[in-house]
Design a protein around this ligand. Structure first.
Ligand code: FEO
Length: 171
């Protein structure tokens, strides 16, 4: 049976993963309507991954005797000044997610819930990849600058920026 503090921390994480999925979705719509089809594809796929992160947590909570809360997500921004702004907000968001996961891990240790602690290690590793990917993409965008030709190539090639592991796993 999950301790109340653990169930609460996991439900907060479920909410954040649901918000992540929603945020990537609004970004995907923005990218697609700006003509960045590759970026849109990347963001739609990432939105799905975040939904998988949420579902994996929900199933764990339910299996352990808690009740997963289906989150009500808030609408995020729908307008962006450019690709750099999109990926800067992704990095800021993923940094926030990492902090939240570290908090859950902390709560597990305090409650001596080693089962949930073990389960959360997948998320700890995932965040290293997610932050790393956002940084790599921002580096490439910095190289492209405002060069339209370079941005065209960036959009064409973005799906290849993921490591094989990032492209294949989703929870
Ligand atoms: Fe599931 Fe990008 O955090």
């Amino acid at each position: 049976m999950l301790h109340d503090t653990i169930a609460h921390a996991l439900n907060q994480q479920i909410l954040l993963e649901g918000q992540s999925s929603h945020t990537y979705l609004t970004m995907a719509v923005w990218a697609e309507t700006q003509g960045f089809d590759g970026v849109a594809e990347f963001l739609y796929a990432h939105s799905e991954e975040e939904r998988e992160h949420m579902l994996k947590l929900m199933r764990f909570v339910n299996e352990r005797g808690g009740i997963a809360q289906v989150p009500t997500v808030e609408a995020g921004p729908t307008e962006y000044g450019g690709l750099k702004e999109v990926f800067e907000s992704i990095l800021a968001h993923e940094t926030k997610v990492t902090e939240s996961i570290n908090h859950v891990v902390d709560v597990c240790l305090q409650a001596k819930d080693y089962t949930t602690h073990h389960f959360m290690q997948w998320y700890v590793s995932e965040q290293i990849e997610e932050e790393g990917l956002a940084r790599r993409i921002l580096d490439k965008l910095a190289l492209a600058g405002n060069d339209q030709g370079a941005l065209y190539l960036f959009d064409r090639d973005i799906l290849s920026f993921q490591t094989p592991a990032q492209g294949s796993h989703a929870g």
